[in-house]
Design a protein around this ligand. Structure first.
Ligand SMILES: NC(=O)C1=CN([C@@H]2O[C@H](COP(=O)(O)OP(=O)(O)OC[C@H]3O[C@@H](n4cnc5c(N)ncnc54)[C@H](OP(=O)(O)O)[C@@H]3O)[C@@H](O)[C@H]2O)C=CC1
Ligand SMILES: O=C(O)C1=N[C@H](C(=O)O)C[C@H](O)C1
Length: 267
Protein backbone atom coordinates (compact mmCIF):
# COMPACT_ATOMS: atom_id res chain seq x y z
CA UNK A 1 0.00 0.00 0.00
CA UNK A 2 1.37 3.47 -0.89
CA UNK A 3 1.85 5.94 1.93
CA UNK A 4 -0.39 9.03 1.93
CA UNK A 5 1.20 12.25 0.69
CA UNK A 6 2.31 14.40 3.62
CA UNK A 7 0.64 17.75 3.01
CA UNK A 8 0.94 21.23 4.53
CA UNK A 9 -1.75 23.85 3.94
CA UNK A 10 -0.38 27.38 4.24
CA UNK A 11 -2.99 30.08 4.80
CA UNK A 12 -5.22 27.41 6.38
CA UNK A 13 -7.61 29.79 8.16
CA UNK A 14 -8.48 31.81 5.05
CA UNK A 15 -11.32 31.42 2.54
CA UNK A 16 -9.30 29.01 0.41
CA UNK A 17 -7.67 27.34 3.41
CA UNK A 18 -11.10 26.50 4.83
CA UNK A 19 -12.29 25.18 1.46
CA UNK A 20 -9.22 22.90 1.39
CA UNK A 21 -9.73 21.70 4.96
CA UNK A 22 -13.33 20.78 4.14
CA UNK A 23 -12.17 18.52 1.30
CA UNK A 24 -9.05 17.08 2.90
CA UNK A 25 -11.03 15.26 5.60
CA UNK A 26 -12.54 13.02 2.92
CA UNK A 27 -9.40 12.57 0.80
CA UNK A 28 -7.40 9.44 1.62
CA UNK A 29 -4.52 10.44 -0.70
CA UNK A 30 -3.24 12.98 1.84
CA UNK A 31 -2.02 13.09 5.42
CA UNK A 32 -2.45 16.70 6.60
CA UNK A 33 0.66 17.24 8.73
CA UNK A 34 0.31 20.97 9.33
CA UNK A 35 -2.23 23.80 8.92
CA UNK A 36 -0.26 27.04 8.91
CA UNK A 37 -1.35 30.60 9.62
CA UNK A 38 0.51 33.86 10.21
CA UNK A 39 2.44 34.51 13.41
CA UNK A 40 -0.16 37.08 14.52
CA UNK A 41 -3.15 34.89 13.65
CA UNK A 42 -5.95 34.56 16.19
CA UNK A 43 -6.17 30.91 15.11
CA UNK A 44 -2.71 29.92 16.41
CA UNK A 45 -3.11 26.93 18.75
CA UNK A 46 -6.80 26.34 18.00
CA UNK A 47 -7.87 22.85 16.89
CA UNK A 48 -8.16 22.51 13.11
CA UNK A 49 -10.95 19.89 13.25
CA UNK A 50 -12.68 20.51 16.62
CA UNK A 51 -15.44 18.05 15.76
CA UNK A 52 -12.99 15.19 14.99
CA UNK A 53 -10.68 13.15 17.26
CA UNK A 54 -7.71 14.96 15.66
CA UNK A 55 -4.87 16.60 17.58
CA UNK A 56 -3.92 18.92 14.75
CA UNK A 57 -3.77 22.59 15.74
CA UNK A 58 -3.21 25.74 13.67
CA UNK A 59 0.41 26.83 13.87
CA UNK A 60 2.85 29.32 12.41
CA UNK A 61 5.94 27.12 12.99
CA UNK A 62 7.64 25.61 9.96
CA UNK A 63 10.56 24.20 12.00
CA UNK A 64 9.42 20.71 12.94
CA UNK A 65 7.54 19.92 9.71
CA UNK A 66 8.32 16.98 7.42
CA UNK A 67 6.24 17.14 4.24
CA UNK A 68 6.09 16.05 0.62
CA UNK A 69 4.08 19.01 -0.66
CA UNK A 70 2.82 22.41 0.46
CA UNK A 71 -0.38 24.00 -0.87
CA UNK A 72 -0.25 27.76 -0.38
CA UNK A 73 -3.09 30.28 -0.53
CA UNK A 74 -1.75 32.85 1.92
CA UNK A 75 -0.37 36.05 0.37
CA UNK A 76 3.09 37.29 -0.47
CA UNK A 77 4.78 36.85 2.96
CA UNK A 78 3.25 33.43 3.46
CA UNK A 79 4.26 32.31 -0.01
CA UNK A 80 7.85 33.49 0.58
CA UNK A 81 7.97 31.40 3.78
CA UNK A 82 6.48 28.35 2.02
CA UNK A 83 9.03 28.70 -0.75
CA UNK A 84 11.88 28.85 1.78
CA UNK A 85 10.64 25.66 3.45
CA UNK A 86 10.14 23.75 0.17
CA UNK A 87 13.52 24.76 -1.24
CA UNK A 88 15.29 23.75 1.99
CA UNK A 89 13.48 20.39 2.30
CA UNK A 90 13.00 19.35 -1.35
CA UNK A 91 9.23 19.50 -1.00
CA UNK A 92 6.90 20.29 -3.91
CA UNK A 93 5.02 23.61 -3.86
CA UNK A 94 1.55 24.30 -5.25
CA UNK A 95 0.52 27.94 -4.94
CA UNK A 96 -2.59 29.83 -5.95
CA UNK A 97 -1.53 33.12 -4.37
CA UNK A 98 -2.03 36.02 -6.79
CA UNK A 99 -0.62 39.54 -6.96
CA UNK A 100 2.94 38.19 -6.93
CA UNK A 101 5.54 40.94 -7.47
CA UNK A 102 8.64 40.72 -9.65
CA UNK A 103 10.99 40.05 -6.72
CA UNK A 104 9.00 37.09 -5.44
CA UNK A 105 8.45 35.83 -9.00
CA UNK A 106 12.23 35.76 -9.50
CA UNK A 107 12.59 33.70 -6.31
CA UNK A 108 9.91 31.27 -7.50
CA UNK A 109 11.66 30.92 -10.87
CA UNK A 110 15.00 30.31 -9.18
CA UNK A 111 13.61 27.73 -6.74
CA UNK A 112 11.86 25.83 -9.55
CA UNK A 113 15.29 24.74 -10.76
CA UNK A 114 15.53 22.67 -7.57
CA UNK A 115 11.94 21.72 -6.64
CA UNK A 116 8.72 20.98 -8.54
CA UNK A 117 6.58 24.12 -8.38
CA UNK A 118 3.11 24.72 -9.79
CA UNK A 119 1.62 28.20 -9.71
CA UNK A 120 -1.89 28.71 -11.07
CA UNK A 121 -3.86 31.92 -10.83
CA UNK A 122 -7.02 29.83 -11.13
CA UNK A 123 -7.48 26.13 -10.35
CA UNK A 124 -10.86 25.72 -12.01
CA UNK A 125 -11.25 23.50 -15.05
CA UNK A 126 -13.69 25.97 -16.62
CA UNK A 127 -11.13 28.79 -16.56
CA UNK A 128 -8.51 26.52 -18.16
CA UNK A 129 -10.97 25.97 -21.03
CA UNK A 130 -11.92 29.68 -21.13
CA UNK A 131 -8.24 30.51 -21.62
CA UNK A 132 -8.02 28.16 -24.63
CA UNK A 133 -11.20 29.61 -26.14
CA UNK A 134 -9.94 33.15 -25.65
CA UNK A 135 -6.60 32.38 -27.34
CA UNK A 136 -8.50 31.06 -30.34
CA UNK A 137 -10.97 33.96 -30.48
CA UNK A 138 -8.27 36.63 -30.01
CA UNK A 139 -6.22 35.18 -32.87
CA UNK A 140 -9.26 34.67 -35.14
CA UNK A 141 -10.51 38.25 -34.57
CA UNK A 142 -7.23 40.18 -34.47
CA UNK A 143 -8.78 43.60 -35.19
CA UNK A 144 -11.63 43.40 -32.68
CA UNK A 145 -11.34 45.35 -29.45
CA UNK A 146 -10.61 43.15 -26.44
CA UNK A 147 -11.67 44.00 -22.89
CA UNK A 148 -11.42 41.77 -19.82
CA UNK A 149 -13.83 42.35 -16.93
CA UNK A 150 -13.53 40.65 -13.56
CA UNK A 151 -15.61 40.74 -10.37
CA UNK A 152 -14.66 39.51 -6.89
CA UNK A 153 -15.71 39.77 -3.23
CA UNK A 154 -15.00 42.91 -1.20
CA UNK A 155 -12.05 41.36 0.71
CA UNK A 156 -9.87 40.76 -2.35
CA UNK A 157 -6.60 42.69 -2.13
CA UNK A 158 -5.08 42.50 -5.62
CA UNK A 159 -6.41 43.92 -8.91
CA UNK A 160 -6.83 43.01 -11.67
CA UNK A 161 -7.24 39.42 -10.51
CA UNK A 162 -4.51 36.91 -11.29
CA UNK A 163 -6.94 35.15 -13.60
CA UNK A 164 -7.74 38.33 -15.55
CA UNK A 165 -4.01 38.89 -16.06
CA UNK A 166 -3.47 35.27 -17.12
CA UNK A 167 -6.31 35.61 -19.65
CA UNK A 168 -4.81 38.90 -20.85
CA UNK A 169 -1.36 37.35 -21.30
CA UNK A 170 -2.86 34.43 -23.24
CA UNK A 171 -4.82 36.75 -25.57
CA UNK A 172 -1.84 39.06 -26.06
CA UNK A 173 0.39 36.10 -26.86
CA UNK A 174 -2.17 34.79 -29.39
CA UNK A 175 -2.02 38.20 -31.10
CA UNK A 176 1.78 38.32 -31.07
CA UNK A 177 2.02 41.08 -28.49
CA UNK A 178 2.42 41.50 -24.70
CA UNK A 179 0.51 43.10 -21.86
CA UNK A 180 3.57 45.21 -21.11
CA UNK A 181 3.04 46.84 -24.50
CA UNK A 182 -0.74 46.86 -24.92
CA UNK A 183 -2.57 46.62 -21.56
CA UNK A 184 -4.72 49.52 -20.34
CA UNK A 185 -5.49 49.09 -16.64
CA UNK A 186 -7.41 52.31 -15.90
CA UNK A 187 -9.46 54.95 -17.67
CA UNK A 188 -10.79 58.15 -16.16
CA UNK A 189 -11.26 61.78 -17.10
CA UNK A 190 -10.66 62.11 -20.86
CA UNK A 191 -8.41 59.22 -21.88
CA UNK A 192 -9.42 59.82 -25.51
CA UNK A 193 -10.49 57.30 -28.14
CA UNK A 194 -9.61 53.68 -27.61
CA UNK A 195 -6.16 52.81 -28.99
CA UNK A 196 -6.46 50.05 -31.57
CA UNK A 197 -4.83 46.82 -30.40
CA UNK A 198 -4.98 47.70 -26.72
CA UNK A 199 -6.29 45.19 -24.17
CA UNK A 200 -8.45 46.83 -21.51
CA UNK A 201 -9.12 45.63 -17.96
CA UNK A 202 -12.06 46.53 -15.73
CA UNK A 203 -12.44 45.53 -12.08
CA UNK A 204 -15.56 45.14 -9.91
CA UNK A 205 -15.31 44.54 -6.13
CA UNK A 206 -18.25 43.82 -3.86
CA UNK A 207 -20.20 41.49 -1.62
CA UNK A 208 -19.33 37.81 -1.63
CA UNK A 209 -18.65 37.28 -5.36
CA UNK A 210 -16.47 34.16 -5.60
CA UNK A 211 -14.92 35.07 -8.96
CA UNK A 212 -16.27 36.10 -12.37
CA UNK A 213 -14.32 36.72 -15.57
CA UNK A 214 -15.57 37.90 -18.96
CA UNK A 215 -13.55 38.53 -22.10
CA UNK A 216 -15.38 40.82 -24.53
CA UNK A 217 -14.32 40.82 -28.17
CA UNK A 218 -16.04 43.82 -29.71
CA UNK A 219 -16.43 44.19 -33.48
CA UNK A 220 -18.56 46.49 -35.64
CA UNK A 221 -22.18 45.42 -35.23
CA UNK A 222 -21.37 42.25 -33.30
CA UNK A 223 -19.51 40.96 -30.26
CA UNK A 224 -18.29 37.72 -28.71
CA UNK A 225 -18.53 37.29 -24.93
CA UNK A 226 -16.64 34.52 -23.18
CA UNK A 227 -17.54 34.20 -19.49
CA UNK A 228 -16.81 32.07 -16.47
CA UNK A 229 -18.56 32.31 -13.10
CA UNK A 230 -17.30 30.51 -10.03
CA UNK A 231 -20.05 30.07 -7.45
CA UNK A 232 -18.20 27.83 -4.98
CA UNK A 233 -14.56 27.94 -3.81
CA UNK A 234 -14.45 24.17 -3.61
CA UNK A 235 -13.68 24.15 -7.36
CA UNK A 236 -10.37 25.91 -6.69
CA UNK A 237 -9.63 23.70 -3.68
CA UNK A 238 -10.32 20.50 -5.62
CA UNK A 239 -8.05 21.69 -8.43
CA UNK A 240 -5.26 22.52 -5.98
CA UNK A 241 -5.50 19.07 -4.37
CA UNK A 242 -5.36 17.42 -7.81
CA UNK A 243 -2.30 19.54 -8.57
CA UNK A 244 -0.63 18.55 -5.29
CA UNK A 245 -1.17 14.83 -5.97
CA UNK A 246 0.08 15.25 -9.54
CA UNK A 247 3.13 17.38 -8.66
CA UNK A 248 4.46 15.35 -5.73
CA UNK A 249 7.55 13.37 -6.75
CA UNK A 250 7.89 15.09 -10.13
CA UNK A 251 11.24 16.37 -11.30
CA UNK A 252 12.13 19.98 -10.46
CA UNK A 253 10.60 22.58 -12.76
CA UNK A 254 8.02 25.30 -13.14
CA UNK A 255 4.67 23.73 -14.03
CA UNK A 256 1.29 25.25 -14.76
CA UNK A 257 -2.21 23.84 -14.72
CA UNK A 258 -2.12 23.20 -18.47
CA UNK A 259 0.85 20.84 -17.93
CA UNK A 260 -1.27 18.84 -15.51
CA UNK A 261 -4.33 18.78 -17.78
CA UNK A 262 -2.27 17.82 -20.85
CA UNK A 263 -0.56 15.02 -18.93
CA UNK A 264 -3.98 13.74 -17.83
CA UNK A 265 -5.32 13.67 -21.40
CA UNK A 266 -2.23 11.93 -22.79
CA UNK A 267 -2.32 9.48 -19.85
N1 LIG B 1 -5.52 30.31 -7.81
C1 LIG B 1 -6.78 30.19 -7.41
O1 LIG B 1 -7.56 29.36 -7.93
C2 LIG B 1 -7.25 31.08 -6.30
C3 LIG B 1 -6.40 31.98 -5.77
N2 LIG B 1 -6.75 32.75 -4.72
C4 LIG B 1 -5.72 33.60 -4.14
O2 LIG B 1 -5.29 32.97 -2.94
C5 LIG B 1 -4.88 33.96 -2.00
C6 LIG B 1 -5.67 33.78 -0.71
O3 LIG B 1 -7.03 34.00 -0.97
P1 LIG B 1 -8.13 33.87 0.19
O4 LIG B 1 -8.11 32.50 0.78
O5 LIG B 1 -9.39 34.42 -0.35
O6 LIG B 1 -7.53 34.93 1.23
P2 LIG B 1 -7.74 35.01 2.82
O7 LIG B 1 -7.29 36.36 3.23
O8 LIG B 1 -9.12 34.57 3.16
O9 LIG B 1 -6.76 33.88 3.37
C7 LIG B 1 -5.37 33.99 3.45
C8 LIG B 1 -4.97 33.53 4.80
O10 LIG B 1 -3.54 33.43 4.87
C9 LIG B 1 -3.17 33.63 6.20
N3 LIG B 1 -1.84 34.24 6.22
C10 LIG B 1 -1.51 35.56 6.10
N4 LIG B 1 -0.17 35.71 6.18
C11 LIG B 1 0.34 34.46 6.36
C12 LIG B 1 1.65 33.98 6.54
N5 LIG B 1 2.72 34.80 6.56
N6 LIG B 1 1.83 32.64 6.71
C13 LIG B 1 0.76 31.79 6.71
N7 LIG B 1 -0.52 32.21 6.57
C14 LIG B 1 -0.72 33.53 6.38
C15 LIG B 1 -4.24 34.54 6.85
O11 LIG B 1 -4.71 33.91 8.01
P3 LIG B 1 -4.36 34.41 9.49
O12 LIG B 1 -4.72 35.85 9.56
O13 LIG B 1 -5.20 33.51 10.35
O14 LIG B 1 -2.90 34.18 9.60
C16 LIG B 1 -5.39 34.53 5.85
O15 LIG B 1 -6.60 34.13 6.45
C17 LIG B 1 -5.10 35.31 -2.68
O16 LIG B 1 -3.88 35.71 -3.29
C18 LIG B 1 -6.14 34.98 -3.75
O17 LIG B 1 -6.10 35.86 -4.84
C19 LIG B 1 -8.00 32.65 -4.16
C20 LIG B 1 -8.91 31.79 -4.67
C21 LIG B 1 -8.61 30.91 -5.79
O1 LIG C 1 -9.10 36.18 -4.51
C1 LIG C 1 -9.95 35.39 -4.97
O2 LIG C 1 -11.00 35.12 -4.37
C2 LIG C 1 -9.67 34.75 -6.26
N1 LIG C 1 -8.50 34.96 -6.79
C3 LIG C 1 -8.00 34.40 -7.97
C4 LIG C 1 -7.56 35.47 -8.94
O3 LIG C 1 -7.00 36.50 -8.51
O4 LIG C 1 -7.74 35.30 -10.14
C5 LIG C 1 -8.87 33.32 -8.56
C6 LIG C 1 -10.33 33.40 -8.28
O5 LIG C 1 -10.94 34.22 -9.22
C7 LIG C 1 -10.66 33.82 -6.85
Amino acid sequence: MTQPIRLVINGASGRMGRALLALIREDGRFDLVSALVSKSSVHNGAPVFPELPSLLRYSHEWDAITADVVIDFSGLDGLAAALGFCAAHDAALVTGTTGIDATLQAKLDEASQRIPLLHATNFSLGVAVLKRLLREAAAALPDWDLEIIEAHHNRKEDAPSGTALTLGHAAADARGTTLAKDAVYAREGRPGARRSGSIGFAVVRGGDVVGEHTALLLGQGERVELSHRATDRSIFARGALEAAAWLTGRKPGSYDIDDMLKARVSG
